[in-house]
Design a protein around this ligand. Structure first.
Ligand code: ZN
Length: 419
């Protein structure tokens, strides 16, 4: 029994999303299954499912199995009741997908962004140009998917940097040297659809929570490695943002005081030791010293050389993996996640990087925590990042205002809430 008085509409929203979420994640389910799993009354479940069916979000399907009596009608999510678009904004390109409500990708495309100009504060690009490019890409990918704009429930945009998901503004973008830029407003006006803005690693984490490996974990982390090193944290079943949306800057934690200077202006950041950029920087030093032979000192060339058996190249990848392992041990010591998902384009370095990562992790993690941590290495292409951005919109749609709660019943006479 709970004496909290909650707004009736809010309670209905919680219950409705709870039912929708159960059908999505555990369906097909009978109404009786929903009653049992939600803790809601049969009458409430009957009303809510009728409403969801009327809105075409849920479909009835053939009867399920039963040992006696009339077999129950099963309910499942109508994954084609609407569609979402996800766009990942990268330094030089856009990647875009259209997905259904199960986050299945129907169409994918990638388009170049206009070239940034060199300014006093670094490379920069006018936000209006990025808005125009995103809008054009969205229109193209929708027509490739054969989805009409009226069926789109929203657009999710993921980009690197600090994003305030409440105000939907870009607080800081390292790629474009933007500070406090409104990207969502102009996009919404241009495309006529709801736009959600999210940090790219946060979007990937939310995708893992709703549709991926993290689905059954209340505590898990996503670590990305590529040009940078990123972190997303889910704690107590909630995505952790921090006070201003800036949580998870794992790449900018200091590992070597006075170490190499980072783009962020500080020195010795993990990103300068463990990322693909760090590998390329080291490779170019070794090429200059005549210790490594490469056409151009890029991450792709280092990986190719490692595959050919070049031990110096293999050593470079292992070194980056070792630093990554130290960084992940710190994350596990802080958050004790049950699962760490590793993604990002740097996954292509494979075991050259990850064998060293696991070894360093074991050496640096606090005793007892290692056994509680599972690892999954998830190859992430640009389409995965764009799908992550789409999942942010889906996550909003399925999210209950009170996460992972059981249902609430209001007694008609008192208006009191029972949980
Ligand atoms: Zn840094």
């Amino acid at each position: 029994m709970d004496d909290r008085r909650l707004d009736r509409d809010a309670i209905k929203r919680v219950n409705r999303n709870l039912v929708l979420n159960l059908v999505k994640s555990d369906g097909p389910l009978s109404r009786r299954d929903i009653v049992r799993r939600s803790g809601l009354s049969a009458a409430t479940v009957s009303n809510l499912t009728a409403e969801l069916i009327a809105e075409d979000l849920v479909h009835e399907m053939g009867p399920g199995e039963t040992t006696r009596g009339r077999p129950p009608v099963l309910l499942r999510l109508n994954n084609r009741a609407g569609f979402v678009v996800g766009v990942k904004v990268m330094e030089e390109r856009l990647a875009a997908v259209v997905t259904d409500l199960d986050a299945e990708v129907l169409a994918y495309r990638s388009d170049p962004l206009p070239t940034p100009r060199q300014t006093e504060s670094g490379r920069s690009i006018d936000p209006a140009e990025v808005v125009a490019a995103i809008a054009e890409t969205v229109e193209h990918v929708l027509s490739e998917a054969g989805v009409d704009r009226s069926a789109v429930l929203g657009l999710g945009v993921g980009l690197a940097g600090v994003v305030d998901s409440q105000t939907r503004r870009v607080v800081f973008s390292p790629f474009f040297a933007w500070r406090d830029v409104d990207l969502a407003g102009p996009l919404r006006r241009r495309l006529g659809m709801d736009v959600i803005l999210e940090n790219d690693v946060s979007a990937l984490t939310i995708a893992e929570q709703w549709f991926g490996h993290g689905h059954n974990y209340d505590h898990f982390c996503v670590v990305t490695v590529g040009t940078g090193v990123g972190l997303g944290v889910v704690a107590n079943g909630q995505f952790y943002r921090g006070a201003g949306g800036g949580a998870g800057e794992l790449g900018h934690t200091t590992l070597v005081e006075g170490g190499p200077t980072c783009d962020c202006g500080k020195t010795g950041c993990l990103e300068m030791l463990a990322s693909d950029r760090a590998v390329a920087r080291q490779a170019s030093r070794l090429v200059a010293d005549g210790e490594l032979e490469l056409g151009t000192p890029t991450m792709a060339e280092v990986v190719a050389a490692a595959r050919r058996g070049d031990e110096v190249a293999q050593g470079l990848l292992a070194e980056s993996g070792r630093w990554l392992g130290v960084g992940i041990a710190n994350v596990v010591n802080l958050f004790n996640p049950g699962l760490v998902v590793i993604g990002g384009e740097g996954v292509h370095a494979g075991e050259w990087r990850f064998a060293a990562m696991r070894k360093a992790f074991q050496e640096h993690v606090f005793d007892g925590l290692a056994d509680q941590t599972e690892f999954v290495i998830e190859p992430a292409g640009d389409d995965t990042w764009a799908r992550g951005a789409a999942c942010v919109v889906l996550g909003e749609m399925f999210k209950s205002p009170l996460h992972k709660t059981r249902g609430f019943e209001v007694s008609a006479s008192s208006g009191r809430v029972q949980a």
